[in-house]
Design a protein around this ligand. Structure first.
Ligand code: RBF
Length: 158
């Protein structure tokens, strides 16, 4: 019983799928998510990290990722798609934020699996850096929260 409480994630397999845009920020978010998963007892070999080109590819990439590990008989218990969207001078930001967010939410129900919302939608690069824990004393690494959410949701009502 004690080990279940101190290491809740010890039997879980968690996928992290990250976009490659804004790489420095992404790297720290992935690092934060991984470190919280490890703290919660997920074994290093059960944290599977893959990437896609950009945030727009996260929803379909997540579906491919989940299906691949199902086929291999090593199903994932939750996925953390991670992306960083930063507003530019055109409408791209709005369209990608909107479509990606909606489709990631739908995937929870379509895949019957927790799909965490690991996408930062920021107006400036500085906002994104602060939320990735890259600016000392300002905010914290949201990746850690996403790691905790993945473990909690993977175990919810089990
Ligand atoms: N992908 C991101 O993950 N973050 C961004 O901030 C981002 N900005 C983009 C801005 C423009 C003008 C374009 C054309 C693409 C951007 N993408 C971004 C990439 C997008 O998510 C996707 O990978 C590409 O559009 C290919 O489908």
């Amino acid at each position: 019983m004690r080990s279940i409480l101190t290491n809740p994630g010890s039997n879980l397999r968690i996928g992290i799928l990250h976009a490659r845009w804004n790489a420095k920020i992404i790297d720290n978010l992935v690092k934060g998510a991984k470190s919280r998963l490890l703290e919660l007892g997920v074994k290093p070999e059960n944290i599977i990290v893959e990437s896609v080109p950009g945030s727009f590819e996260l929803p379909y990439g997540t579906q491919l990722f989940v299906n691949k590990y199902k086929r291999l008989n090593q199903p994932l218990d939750a996925v953390i798609p991670i992306g960083v969207l930063i507003k530019g001078s055109t409408m791209h930001f709005e369209y990608i934020c909107d479509s990606t967010t909606h489709q990631l939410m739908k995937l929870n129900f379509q895949l019957n699996l927790p799909v965490i919302f690991g996408v930062l939608t920021c107006l400036t690069e500085e906002q994104a850096e602060a939320r990735a824990g890259l600016i000392p004393g300002k905010m914290h690494n949201h990746g850690e929260d996403w790691g905790a959410a993945a473990v909690e949701m993977a175990l919810k009502f089990n």
